[in-house]
Design a protein around this ligand. Structure first.
Ligand SMILES: N[C@@H](CCC(=O)N[C@@H](CS)C(=O)NCC(=O)O)C(=O)O
Length: 213
């Protein structure tokens, strides 16, 4: 059985979409970030970095933990043989765009949101630095998607890993910059219309409400 430790955030959503796409059985274990459950000794034993998502699969009574969303998606793709080509250029194309999210889109949009909306002090230099880099990265995705349906050939973990972040990023953008990212906006619609993506969003929402009341 697979236990997914997660919360309703763009990083937390990625493996839920993947599990739904793969049709695997799993249990959602909600880790309430607002009450610090990600830093308990029990959770740190699963992910020493104290962040969601993390997955534990118990096979033959032996639990095996995987953390970092990119590693979790690769693990599930290799387990099922889905959404990541097994070899050759298509595999590395998919991995390149997958890790573009982990190393670029996630950290940059995350810092932008932090300095723009969450930081107790408004620091114009920090807001501008991360806003500019986030828009540049979103522009790279938009260019990539011109004339293509998905980031790396067929629908893959590269699309799954970007979906929540790009959806949140575009909805947070004021009209001016979002208007130019038309290929990316069309891709968000395309990925978001998949039944698995809809189920994942709904299941996370329900599980969060069940936990927080
Ligand atoms: N690189 C990590 C990032 C994970 C991450 O930043 N998770 C956030 C939620 S979106 C978290 O757990 N934050 C709680 C904390 O830092 O205490 C991944 O892709 O899995």
């Amino acid at each position: 059985m697979i236990d997914l430790y997660t919360w309703q955030t763009p990083n937390g959503e990625k493996p839920v979409v993947m599990l739904e796409e793969c049709g695997l059985d799993y249990r959602l274990q909600m880790i309430d970030l607002s009450s610090g459950e990600q830093k308990t000794p029990e959770f740190l034993a699963i992910n020493p970095n104290g962040k969601i998502p993390a997955l534990v699969e118990t096979i033959g009574g032996v639990p095996h933990a995987v953390f970092e969303s990119g590693a979790i998606l690769v693990y599930l793709a290799e387990k099922t043989g889905k959404f990541l080509p097994a070899s050759g250029p298509a595999r590395y194309d998919t991995l390149s765009w997958t890790f573009f999210q982990v190393g670029g889109i996630g950290p940059m949009l995350g810092q932008w949101h932090h300095f723009d909306a969450a930081a107790p002090e408004k620091i114009p230099y920090a807001i501008e630095r991360y806003r500019k880099e986030s828009l540049r990265l979103l522009g790279v995705l938009d260019d990539r998607l011109k004339g293509r349906d998905f980031l790396a050939g067929d629908y893959s973990i590269a699309d799954i890993i970007h979906f929540g972040w790009v959806r949140a990023g575009l909805s947070g953008l004021k009209n001016d910059s979002a208007a130019e990212l038309t290929s990316l906006a069309a891709w968000v619609e395309r990925v978001g219309s998949r039944p698995a993506a809809k189920r994942a969003i709904e299941k996370l929402d329900q599980a969060k409400r069940a936990k927080t009341g």
